[in-house]
Design a protein around this ligand. Sequence first.
Ligand code: ADP
Ligand code: MG
Length: 449
Amino acid sequence: SYRKGGYHAVRIGDPFSNGRYIAQRKLGWGQFSTVWLAFDTLSSSYVALKIQKSAQQFAQAALHEIEFLSAAAEGDLQNTRCVVRLIDHFKHAGPNGQHLCMVLEFLGDSLLRLIRYNRYKGLSFDKVREICRCILTGLDYLHRELGMIHSDLKPENILLVSTIDPAKDPVRSGLTPLLEKPEGNANGGGGSTMNLIEKKLKRRAKRAVAKISERRSSMVGALGGEEAAASSKSERSLDGIDMRCKVVDFGNACWADKQFAEEIQTRQYRAPEVILKSGYSFSVDMWSFGCTAFELVTGDMLFAPKEGNGYGEDEDHLALMMELLGKMPRKVLFFCLLFMFSLVIDVCLNEQIAIGGAKSKDYFDRHGDLKRIRRLKYWPLDRLLVDKYKLPEAEAKEFAEFLTPVLEFAPEKRPTAQQCLEHPWMKVVSTQNNADNVESQVKNLKIKG
Ligand code: ADP
Ligand code: MG
C-alpha cells in the first residue's frame, strides 16, 4: 500500500504543512489512511494527523469527510457535542503523490479496544450509561441540528477522550491509561502490522459467530469453554478511566436529504431496512447505537451473521434479528394490490406498518417467514441478558426496556437520540458517582475545617 496512489510513509520528526505539525508516532490506520500523533507547533499541543492515500478516489473521499467534519465543527464552537473536532486540513506532496491531510483533535482508544482490554466481559451499567450519553449527544447533534447521518457507527468509530498527556508519557503504548500495545508501529511501515490486525479482526468475528450460533443451537446459556477460560483470567480494573467519548470517522456520512450509497454501515451494525433496501434515514444510526450498547454491556456483538448451507449472510442476519426481536412486521408482499390491501388491514388492526424493501421478496414468503431459514428460536433480550450473560434480573429488565425500542424493525418507530437521552434508564444515578460525591463533599468539609 506504500506505493504511488497509496499511503504516505512517515518518519518520526517529519514536518507537515510548512513545519507546523511534527509527526510523533502512529496512532492507527484505516482502509484509506494512516493516523499519526503530531505536535502542533502553532498551538503547542498534540493533534491527530490523518493522512489519506493519494489516489484520486481517496482524495475524493477525504474531501467528502472534510465537508462533514467542517459542518460539525462550525455548528459546535464550544466543542461539547461529542463529535471529533476538525482543526485544519491541507495537502501534502510526497513520493507517492498528493495526500489530503486532516488535523483532528487528539483522542484516546476506541471502544473496541476498551471492550477487548476488559476481556470481552462487558462493562458495568454505570459505565455503559456514561458512554451512551456521549454517543447519543453526538447523534442528537448530527441528526437534529445538522441533518447528517453518520452511517458507520460502531465501537471502533467511537474514541475515548484521552486523559494522558502524550508529552508527559511519550512511550506509553495506550493513549488512555489502559490499553495494550497500539496497532501500529512507529516507522510507518504498515504491512505486517496490518496482517496482524486483520487476523485479530477475523478471529474476533469468528468468536462472535461461534457465540451467536450457540444461541440458536442451545437455549441453556451455559458458559462455553472459551468463556469459562476467559472468566478465570484475572480481573482488569477500569477505575479512573474517563468514560467520555466522541464519534469519529465521517468517511461514510451523508445528508439525510442527499444520500449517496444504498449499502451502508458495517455488517454487524447494519439496520434491517438497509439489508432489505427499503430506504433509510437517521434511525439507521440508532440501530447501530443499539448494537453498540449491547456490545458494551455483554462484550459480545449483538449480531454476527454468517453465510450457511443454502442461505446467505443477509438471511442469517435477518434470522438472528427475528430470534431476538420477534417476527418482522409484514412487509413482504408480491403484488402492489395485495400490498395496499394489507396496509389497510394493518392500519385497521393497528398492527405494525409494513416496511417492504426491494429485497423482501427474495428472503421472505408471504406469511412473513424466512424462506430458507425455517426454525428460529426466540430468545428475547431481557432473557438473553439474564440467562446467558448472568446479569441481575432487575437491571437487565431496565436495560432491555431502554434498548428494545431502539431495535424496532420499523425504522419510524425507533426513538430518536433526543428521546433516548430522556429515557428513565439514562437518568438512573450511578451508585459510584453518588459514593464519589459524598466522598468529595466530606473531603471539602475537611479542607474547609
Ligand atoms: P478510516 O476512515 O480510514 O477508518 P478513522 O478515522 O476511523 O479512519 O481512523 C483510523 C484509526 O486512527 C482509528 O481507529 C483510531 O485508532 C485512529 N484515530 C483516528 N482519529 C483519531 C483521533 N482523533 N485521535 C486519536 N486516534 C485517532
Ligand atoms: Mg474507521
